[in-house]
Design a binder for this molecule. Structure first.
Ligand code: NAD
Length: 245
């Protein structure tokens, strides 16, 4: 199926590896001009070559104002922006008692304020062409809290509220806003979380972990021309594990 987004211009946050890179790859496969971003120049440069992206811009999303500058730079490089995919490094795990105020503040900047800053810059650009797609990579934890992921459980729920609220404000401008909620998917983040894989798989009804490639394809569809009627949704990529209806 032709997704109808050839030559569209996209920026994908936190995309030198993992889910962000997989989404970027799926967009490149549809003929989208994609800019990658993360902190490491070496990893970004390798990823651009690996997937055939347009270019990269380095950015540390934990820094106030960094996401805003990133979007401005991407618009300048691409000559516009049609698709914005927000993403960030996973926040530290821990109980409420384990987490310092500083960790809350850093996570709030990278998981929440980076979206506010970036959409403030991206939405006016998308309005110009009366077409836009904003996709937020979050987590199933934002819908059904996961033990020990206190920061993720808290801030992702806020992002889902933002996505739904924004979707109504931007709908008449041809801009959709959706959140994509992965469960355990085969990336570095999963290795870092150091969980027992057998236990994890046992709790996923489909009986396996998620795959970045599949996740990327779902994101590309939501970014496509065919998905213009889907907005304000928090869509699980969850192997059947979410129970809320
Ligand atoms: P990953 O560790 O494989 O990749 C993370 C990406 O973020 C990398 O490109 C890294 O360079 C970049 N990054 C990290 N810190 C950054 C910063 N301060 N500024 C800019 N870029 C930064 O992780 P992933 O599995 O792709 O996860 C992506 C997001 O999805 C995370 O927020 C994670 O919590 C969430 N998530 C992942 C899973 C999973 O099982 N993989 C499940 C649920 C939610």
């Amino acid at each position: 199926m032709d997704l109808g987004i050839k030559h569209k211009k996209a920026l994908v946050f936190a995309s030198s590896e993992g889910l962000g890179k997989a989404v970027a790859h799926a967009l490149v496969e549809e003929g989208v001009k994609v800019i990658l971003s993360s902190r490491s120049e070496d990893k970004l440069s390798a990823a651009v070559t690996d997937i055939g992206a347009e270019d990269y811009i380095t950015c540390d999303l934990t820094q106030k104002g960094a996401a805003r500058k990133l979007v401005q730079a991407a618009i300048e490089k691409l000559g516009g922006l049609d698709i914005l995919v927000t993403n960030a490094g996973g926040p530290p795990a821990g109980t409420f008692q384990d987490i310092s105020v500083e960790q809350w503040q850093i996570s709030y900047q990278s998981l929440f304020m980076s979206l506010v800053e970036s959409i403030q810059e991206a939405a006016p650009e998308m309005r110009k062409s009366h077409w836009g797609r904003i996709l937020m990579i979050t987590s199933v934890a934002g819908k059904e809290p996961v033990t020990n992921l206190t920061i993720s459980n808290s801030l992702r729920a806020g992002v889902h509220g933002l996505a739904n609220t924004l979707s109504k404000e931007l709908a008449r401008d041809g801009i959709t806003v959706n959140a994509l909620l992965p469960t355990y998917t085969e990336t570095q983040r999963l290795i870092d979380l150091n969980r027992n894989m057998e236990d994890i798989v046992a709790r996923i009804p489909v009986g396996r972990l998620g795959r970045p490639h599949e996740f990327g394809k779902l994101a590309a569809f939501l970014a496509s021309d065919h998905a213009g009627f889907i907005t304000g949704q928090a869509i699980g990529y969850d192997g059947g594990s979410l129970s809320s209806i």
